[in-house]
Design a protein around this ligand. Structure first.
Ligand code: PLP
Length: 423
């Protein structure tokens, strides 16, 4: 059985009924059937407490932050500060100044690419990624590399869909200026050995960024302990509001980085002769952010921690194992990769059917999955595919949903083979 979060303590099985009751959207019918939401890797549904906090904040505490002298603005500013400290605790960062709010994980990676890496990049320098990266962890590096005459290098994956650590090590050269690796692949579900990647990078004296967009909702993350230079995630994949992302950066790195975007809030003093900039993290937070979204994020973090990452992990692992077993029994269905540690995600193909058709047929059953390249075109090219279908599980999914999904896919696969009945 695949394992995620090895080393975690066993935990109580979550009370699924009461968890599901916190997600009103799960009770909405789709195509006249009960919704089975298996697309949480794209974005997770929101528990009532997150939505209610957004509403409450707008009704009771809303004002722009860091500018007003009046009570309401101070209240909003205080809540915003508290969110930052809550994220600091959630990520195990040493200092609240190491937490930068962005719009999403993508913007956080762009911030590092443009502010940290671009000024130091020279022709011939290299940025080391892996073949399983999301476009968000490829394209920003390509943009700065193209501008500076540097190049992006990708470490290969094994036939099982794991990161080939020896190959990654072999690609670290004297020209490597940055290593950026996803913790969990959004296609293969592979849980990468980020501790070892960070160790390799540190030994080589190369800064390292961990893309934790698919990790923070499944595994406990202790950024300072991990020792990475940067780590990013998006709130919307973690049961939080969309429009909020987080960049964790070690203070000694952030302190030396120039601003990326200019505007309000990120300055110390502005005149037409010149401008001086605010301290970290404000230097990287130009303009008015999604104040309510940031202030509601702690509700999502409390939700995850109250259920317990261990319980979430155990539950999701069982669902994933059931899905994997079910899919492997269906003739013509092929699961992408066979990593030893997999979190939440299973991508697959069905012989003779385009993934989009599979997605549309499952939708008729009220089952929401994702189809396409999942923003990982290089990985699909490596696997000799243009697209795949992907199901992903979250804390609110049930064993019955997985059985319904497997049964529906079995009917579809039989139909495609021309030997079955209409699904
Ligand atoms: N990295 C990974 C591994 C992802 O799966 C995603 C989104 O699917 C991202 C980065 C980008 O996240 P966002 O679109 O929220 O910026």
């Amino acid at each position: 059985m695949n394992e995620i979060g090895a080393g975690l303590r066993p935990a109580a099985v979550p009370d699924l009924e009461s968890i599901r009751a916190q997600f009103p959207i799960l009770g909405r019918p789709m195509q006249g059937k009960p919704l089975i939401y298996l697309d949480s890797a794209a974005s997770a549904q929101k528990p009532r407490r997150v939505v209610e906090e957004l509403r409450r904040f707008y009704y009771e505490d809303y004002a722009n932050i860091h500018r007003g002298i009046y009570e309401l603005s101070q209240r909003a500013s205080e809540r915003h500060d508290r969110s930052r400290r809550r994220v600091q605790a959630f990520l195990g960062a040493r200092d609240w100044r190491e937490i930068v709010f962005t719009r999403n994980a993508t913007e956080a990676i762009n911030l590092v690419a443009y502010s940290f890496l671009r000024p130091m990049l020279e022709p011939g320098d290299e940025i080391l990624l892996t073949e399983m990266e999301h476009h968000a962890n490829i394209v920003p590096w390509q943009l700065v590399a193209a501008e500076r005459g540097a190049k992006v290098v990708a470490a290969p994956i094994t036939p099982e869909g794991e990161l080939d650590l020896a190959q990654l090590r072999a690609r670290i050269t004297s020209r490597t200026r940055m290593i950026a690796v996803s913790w969990v692949s959004n296609v293969l579900g592979t849980v990468n050995p980020v501790e070892e990647v960070v160790d390799l990078a540190r030994r080589a004296g190369v800064p390292v960024l961990i893309d934790a967009a698919q990790a923070v909702q499944h595994l406990p993350v202790r950024a300072a302990e991990l020792g990475c230079d940067f780590l990013v995630f998006s709130a919307h994949k973690l049961y939080g509001p969309s429009g909020v992302g987080v960049l964790y950066g070690r203070a000694e790195r952030l302190e030396r980085m120039p601003p990326w975007q200019g505007g309000g809030d990120m300055i110390e003093r502005v005149s037409f002769e010149g401008t001086t900039f605010n301290d970290i993290p404000f230097r990287f937070e130009a303009g008015t952010p999604d104040i309510a979204g940031i202030c509601a994020l702690p509700e999502a973090l409390d939700f995850v921690e109250e259920v317990g990452l261990q319980a979430i992990h155990d539950h999701e692992r069982q669902l994933l194992a059931a899905a994997e077993e079910g899919l492997r029994r269906i003739p013509g269905v092929h699961i992408l990769g066979r990593p030893r540690r997999r979190a939440s995600v299973l991508a697959f193909t069905v012989d003779g059917a385009h993934p989009q058709d599979i997605g549309m047929m499952l939708d008729l059953e009220g089952i929401a999955i994702r189809t396409g390249h999942h923003c990982a075109m290089p990985l699909h090219a490596r696997l000799g595919l243009a697209a795949s279908a992907r199901m992903s599980v979250a804390v609110y999914n049930t064993r019955e949903e997985i059985e319904t999904f497997c049964a529906a896919l079995e009917r579809i696969a039989a139909l495609v083979r021309g030997s079955g009945t209409e699904p």
